[in-house]
Design a protein around this ligand. Structure first.
Ligand SMILES: [Zn+2]
Ligand SMILES: [Zn+2]
Length: 765
């Protein structure tokens, strides 16, 4: 890879990836760079090139002095125009893109598009962008003779406090870029729109030089949070020192920071970031989207100052554009954001933090199907950075690699200030038995009554609504599993059967429980909505909010709910696994898990790991303040090791046990899975395409020592009117299987069949 400017005068050739996603075009095309354009064409530039009868925009990925020997000189055409002479990425990002194409089987243009956010790209794709004029920033300002805000603030009701903070911030600072204002005031864009519609604020465009004169987003923010640096525990101190020592060596390294909930992992990141940025380095911090609360953002900004840029889905296109360029221009030292922030446009960041590294939201579910943790590791390898993976419940893969010595393992075994871990009670629902599933058992009701009477807050975890149902015995907790794959069998109505969606194993419906010979087998899967009704019946008059996919459709909805809960305006928060993540609410003294079994029954080889992690994480929400916390877990499987070990917060015992199963059944981390899904409105076509891939590449796959499961219908057999079949490979190396699949697909896929390749899938539904 040569990204240095070529010698002027000599012929220069550019390898260009054209911006048209098609398997047949997934390779670089070579163009000649005319002498006049040579000073502007660097690796990472965006150019316009002739393509067939027309022209296309493309990314320059490499420059060289020699024409490729495979092409005649007169067959090479000239670059037409330079759309952007700036480098859009450094070498470490270009390296990561190349790796994504190879590893995830995506198109190179998809990988490069992932690196440059859509709002930034859109400006380049338009013909003849304005050159020379510096980009102006949209700011929000108070209007000169605005009306009395009080009637509006009252009318906004629950959003009134947000609007009040927006106005306060503007009174203190004059005008502010919209993104700064949203962060500073913990507000949503909509709130600003309400204020604008009421004539209280206005938008203005200002040039960058006007911006810097008053740009001090942290002025006067102490009211929003504390800037104190808590004393480090000895374990935190050691973790910080070891990470900085690795950084000082200047070589790529990966650290797994395993700390129990409440052990102060964030403080470790903050100290590392302080040291790194003071030394002139840059850092990327990834948190799950749901954890990117105003409180979390504020904590980083208070401690690290205005050099923190925030990238999240709540920003408008203009704000994302502005934040991205502020990073690329080099004015910022830290990029904080969710999954896609892993592509923050720093050159070779010194440190990359992946908080809650086990979280499945780091895996993108459309092409390129990358895992942000893996990309972060790749960037560190390319740029000699240090990756810090943090979690109370590390993914089995990460802990395994740490044990094997690939990652440095650092442990924080105790909560800060010596706070005890919460006391967990497992409630055996079987004794409520005789076939009638219970939502709120007597113990949970009693504990709720106690917590609420003492002024505490309650979080109740209900499981996500079932996408498919499962069969479980309410007398003994028995669940039917595939004898070959050890995953839960899914109930199918037509034809009536129980089916393994990995390997197609099938058996008929049963009336008698194989576990206890009783007749209390019940269908589970959905119906958790009635928890809300039961709650309101049992606790009339409590303030209750439900947080799930239905109540958080709009961006910012979940943040608003969490904010209300944080202010104590809600006594009971009932939610899906969304509520389990990373939040810190000192008022919570009770956490209840309504039915642990739904997670255990997910038809996924990670069901036990997910259950363990979910229970530990949600339990960790209790007792983070001065008052100790309690946890109640209701289950029909009180002896299940994932449940028992989660109650004891014994990660290592769970890890050893689960790793044994994974080894026995050849699941990750002992193999890599590559899942290929075929979707079509014509079921026979989807099935035939899956079988043709099997017939086409299984002999070669077998020769490489790979195994496979299927072809079989997916656990969600029909989605968006398309029938879905899949074939799952178990390979020693992704890099051996993916090229075989790509080669097969490049030869042609039947019309009307969509194919997706998912390497290291986090979900195979
Ligand atoms: Zn039974
Ligand atoms: Zn099976």
């Amino acid at each position: 890879m040569n990204s240095s400017p070529p010698l002027s005068g000599a012929a220069v050739y550019a390898d260009v990836i054209v911006a048209r996603p098609a398997r047949g075009l997934d390779r670089p095309f070579t163009y000649r760079v005319p002498p006049a354009l040579q000073p502007h064409v660097v690796a990472g530039a965006v150019v316009e090139v002739p393509f067939r009868g027309g022209s296309l925009v493309g990314y320059v990925i490499d420059l060289h002095a020699d024409a490729p020997s495979s092409l005649a000189e007169d067959a090479i055409r000239d670059v037409l125009q330079v759309r952007s002479p700036r480098e859009f990425w450094g070498e470490d990002l270009l390296g990561a893109a190349g790796w994504m194409q190879y590893y995830y089987g995506c198109l190179m243009v998809e990988a490069l598009n992932a690196i440059i956010p859509e709002p930034v790209r859109a400006g380049l794709w338009r013909k003849r962008p304005a050159r020379g004029a510096p980009a102006r920033t949209r700011v929000v300002a108070l209007t000169d003779n605005g009306p009395d805000p009080e009637p509006l603030l009252r009318a906004l009701d629950g959003d009134g406090p947000q609007a009040r903070r927006v106005l306060d911030a503007l009174r203190r600072h004059g005008h502010l870029p919209a993104s700064e204002l949203l962060n500073l005031a913990h507000a949503r864009t909509e709130t600003i729109h309400h204020l604008r519609d009421a004539g209280l604020v206005k938008y203005r465009m200002v040039a960058p030089d006007q911006l810097s004169a008053w740009h001090d987003p942290l002025k006067g923010t102490s009211a929003l949070g504390s800037t104190e640096r808590p004393d480090l525990t000895p374990a935190q101190r050691e973790a910080v020192d070891r990470i900085l020592a690795l950084r000082a060596q200047g070589k790529a390294a990966a650290v797994l920071l395993h700390g129990v909930t409440g052990s102060g992992k964030t403080e470790v990141y903050l100290r590392v970031l302080e040291a790194v940025t003071e030394a002139g380095g840059t850092a990327v911090v990834l948190v799950p989207e749901i954890s990117l609360t105003p409180q979390a953002v504020h904590r980083y900004r208070t401690r690290l100052g205005e050099k923190v840029a925030v990238l999240h889905s709540g920003l408008t296109d203009a704000e994302r554009h502005e934040q991205w360029w502020s990073l690329r221009r080099g004015g910022m030292a830290v990029a904080l954001g969710a999954r896609s922030c892993v592509f923050a446009p720093f050159d070779r960041p010194s440190v990359l933090v992946v908080d809650e590294e086990h979280d499945s939201s780091y895996k993108q579910d459309s092409s390129p199907r990358y895992h942000a943790r893996q990309v972060a590791i790749r960037r560190a390898l390319q740029g000699n950075g240090v990756v810090v993976l943090g979690s109370a419940t590390p993914s089995l893969e990460s802990y395994h690699w740490a044990r094997e010595g690939r990652y440095h393992l650092l442990e924080l075994g105790e909560r800060v200030e010596g706070r005890p871990l919460p006391e967990v009670e497992i409630v055996d629902l079987r004794r409520f038995g005789r076939g009638r599933p219970v939502a709120l058992g007597a113990v949970l009701r009693e504990r709720m009554r106690e917590a609420l009477a003492a002024g505490g807050q309650v979080m109740l975890l209900m499981n996500r609504r079932g996408f498919s149902s499962y069969l479980m015995c309410t007398d003994c907790g028995h669940m039917e599993r595939c004898p070959r794959c050890d995953i839960s069998l899914t109930v199918h109505a037509a034809p009536e059967c129980l089916r393994c969606h990995y390997c197609l194993f099938e058996k008929g419906h049963m009336a008698v429980c194989p576990g206890c010979t009783g007749v209390s087998l019940q269908y589970f899967g959905s119906g958790t909505q009635r928890v809300e009704e039961e709650l309101l019946g049992a606790f009339p008059g409590i303030s209750l909010a439900r947080m799930d996919a239905d109540t958080t459709r709009r961006p910012g909805d979940h943040l608003r709910l969490l904010e209300k809960f944080g202010r104590g305006e809600i006594q009971v928060l009932l939610g899906t696994q969304m509520i389990a993540k990373g939040h810190d609410f000192p008022g919570v003294t009770l956490v209840g898990v309504v039915l642990a079994d739904t997670a255990l029954n997910l038809p996924d080889f990670r069901a036990a790991e997910r259950t363990f992690s979910l229970l530990v994480q949600v339990s960790g929400r209790a007792g983070r303040g001065a008052r100790p916390g309690r946890v109640v877990v209701q289950t029909y499987n009180p002896d299940n090791p994932a449940v028992l070990l989660a109650a004891r917060q014994d990660y290592k015992a769970f890890f050893d046990l689960e790793l044994g199963h994974r080894r026995e059944l050849s699941y990750p981390p002992f193999v890599h899975l590559v899942n290929v899904v075929f979707a079509s409105e014509d079921e026979a076509a989807a099935q035939a395409a899956a079988h043709s891939l099997a017939a086409g590449i299984l002999p070669e796959a077998r020769a490489l020592g790979a195994g496979w499961l299927g072809p079989a219908p997916c656990a969600i057999p029909r989605l968006h009117r398309k029938y879905r079949w899949h074939l799952t490979f178990k390979a020693n190396k992704v890099q051996e299987i993916v090229p075989l699949i790509r080669k097969f697909l490049a030869a042609g896929i039947p019309a009307g069949v969509a194919v997706t390749i998912d390497a290291d899938p986090m979900s195979m539904l």
